[in-house]
Design a protein around this ligand. Structure first.
Ligand SMILES: [Zn+2]
Length: 555
């Protein structure tokens, strides 16, 4: 018995390489030399063939050719991309755009210069629906999302669809949730086409307003008394008055606002708050005011300053009434010119409050769409359209964003994603996270949209693989931690850039231990060697590879 055990032990030692006599110096050198030779393998592909009715195999050698990283395109497989990354020597930070200029699909706009004055005031595309059925026609979606149409008004849509807008009247809102929070902007009432400086001596772009908070019930009282007052004052077009605008009222809670939100399901699918072809329905979490409804309560003169929507997404706005709103809109093509005006006037284009001086725009050859939105009218703001709005009467509006999956929307969203990074402004839509989610779940039928998304995934994979290799080469361990349900996308604590897949995490030891996510740059800024930083990986490389390889154009 004991002998047997001894024999077993010997065998085990042999297997583990222990118990062997020590290697001679010569043998050791030979082994070292062997290990210095890079391991090569030759892939052999067995091909089944039939010859004379008998099955045989022929072996075909597949030469291992590594494609240089610069030659990698969306035509390559995920394995080829990863191989190319491993073969590339990237010194320092790898930073390439997620967009490919060759894939751009922006429309070529009227190159007339100068544009004659009458064309600087183009008529706003207004759609009158003949029947309820027309609202659900694919032609309407096509028209609204056409890159040449910055804005579309669908006249009387609420009436055509028999929407009960009364659910959003001030009376109903007070009855439903009177104590609900309202953000208030205090502003100076002015004519819609004017914006005076504080001294009242000249027109200008900045239009700061102070912020405070109240409740729906209290704002309702203010709105009603403002209306009563106007009946007594003979001068209807009072200007210079201090007014309050009730804004960004959150209607996201499905229990609290059930009848209201249910009513909006009567809208055509592409306009709904949530739908499968809406990129915002693939974020995986709530983005208040974007994939949820917001309400605005207004008195005459209430101003929504100039802006493009977050990440250039489309927006839907319905006027509940009883009063009208006046809108101004400019095609995305001109946003940089408008941004330059803002800079000249010392107001930040992306984060500041500004009201364009119309004459400045005309002088700069920029066409401005201007129109009245009456109760029941739905305004569709196409991707990237710059717009600003002023209430003409007493009214409420509801609004939200949508991201129809087309190439124009996708391109503009990514462009703004990258511009935000340059300007250190947070991209409210985490586009890399959304792109992978879309690739995983949606069948894309449009070739341009498909190519753009695939290119973004390719770039994302390159970033991840190169960063992985750099970290590993530097001896930094990467810990896999799978994502959990409803886990949000991550942003860098310092610079607000989206951090996808590879998270640089530090723990703040305060009263409660919290974890903070950083991007690589900011993590290294605090700790060049990344000591005290844990690198977490949220997806296995194989997972991303299979998503990439399975993402295909559906015809
Ligand atoms: Zn950062």
């Amino acid at each position: 018995m004991e002998r047997k055990l001894e024999a077993k032990k010997k065998k085990k030692e042999r297997e583990e390489g222990r118990g062997k006599p020590p290697l001679s110096k010569a043998e050791l050198l030979r082994l070292q030399a062997l290990s210095a030779i890079p391991l090569k393998e030759l892939k052999i592909h067995l091909v089944k063939v039939k010859s004379n009715g008998r099955q045989t195999f022929i072996a075909s050698e597949i030469e291992q050719k590594r494609i240089p990283l610069k030659d990698i395109s969306i035509k390559n497989t995920a394995a080829e991309i990863i191989e190319a990354c491993k073969g590339a020597t990237v010194k320092g930070k790898f930073h390439e755009s997620y967009l490919l200029p060759a894939l751009s699909i922006k429309p070529v706009l009227n190159a007339e210069s100068p544009i004659p004055r009458e064309k600087l005031n183009p008529p706003t595309p207004s759609i009158y629906l003949e029947s309820k059925r027309d609202a659900f026609s694919p032609v309407l979606l096509q028209f609204c999302t056409d890159p040449k149409n910055p804005v579309t008004v669908i006249r009387g849509l609420a009436g055509s669809l028999r929407l009960n807008l009364g659910l959003f009247s001030t009376k109903s809102l007070v009855e439903a949730n009177g104590e609900h929070a309202v953000e208030v902007r205090t502003q100076v009432q002015q004519r819609a086409d004017e914006n005076w400086n504080h001294a009242g001596s000249a027109q200008t772009w900045p239009c700061e307003s102070s912020r405070s908070h109240t409740t729906i019930a209290k704002y309702a009282q203010y709105q009603a008394s403002s209306f009563q007052e106007s009946l007594q004052v003979s001068d209807q077009k009072a200007t210079g008055k201090i007014i309050k605008f009730g804004t960004n009222i959150d209607l996201s809670d499905p229990k609290r606002w059930k009848p209201q939100l249910q009513e909006l399901l009567k809208l055509p699918v592409f306009m709904r708050v949530s739908s499968s072809d809406n990129m915002l329905s693939h974020v995986g979490h709530t983005i208040l005011g974007m994939n949820t409804v917001q309400l605005y309560m207004k008195v005459p003169g209430s101003r929504t300053p100039g802006h493009q929507e977050n990440n250039n997404f489309c927006s839907v706005n319905i006027n509940i009434g009883p009063g009208d709103c006046e809108w101004f809109a400019v095609h995305e093509h001109y946003w940089e010119a408008i941004s330059d005006f803002c800079e000249k006037h010392g107001v930040d284009y992306l984060t500041g409050s500004w009201w364009p001086v119309l004459e400045d725009l005309y002088q700069a050859n920029i066409p401005v769409y201007r129109f009245i939105q009456r109760p029941g009218d739905l305004v569709w703001i196409n991707a990237g359209t710059v717009h600003w709005v002023q209430a003409v009467g007493w009214c409420n509006n509801i609004a939200w964003n949508v991201g129809p999956l087309n190439s124009y929307q996708y391109q503009l969203a990514l462009e703004r994603f990258e511009w935000n990074e340059v300007k250190k402004v947070k991209s409210i839509v985490p586009m890399i996270h959304v792109s992978w989610n879309v690739a995983r779940t949606i069948k894309i039928t449009d070739p341009n949209t498909y190519k753009m998304i695939r290119h973004c995934l390719l770039q994302s994979m390159k970033h991840i693989q190169i960063l992985r290799d750099q970290l590993t080469a530097g001896g930094k361990k990467i810990f896999y931690q799978s994502r959990v349900k409803d886990e949000p996308a991550y942003y860098c604590n310092e610079c607000d850039v989206e951090v996808f897949d590879l998270l640089f995490v530090t723990s703040e030891s305060g009263s409660r231990k919290t974890y903070v996510v950083h991007c690589e740059d900011c993590a290294r800024q605090n700790s060049p060697s990344l000591s005290g930083v844990v690198v977490l990986e949220q997806y296995r490389v194989e997972e991303l590879m299979s998503t990439y390889d399975n993402f295909s154009l559906v015809r």
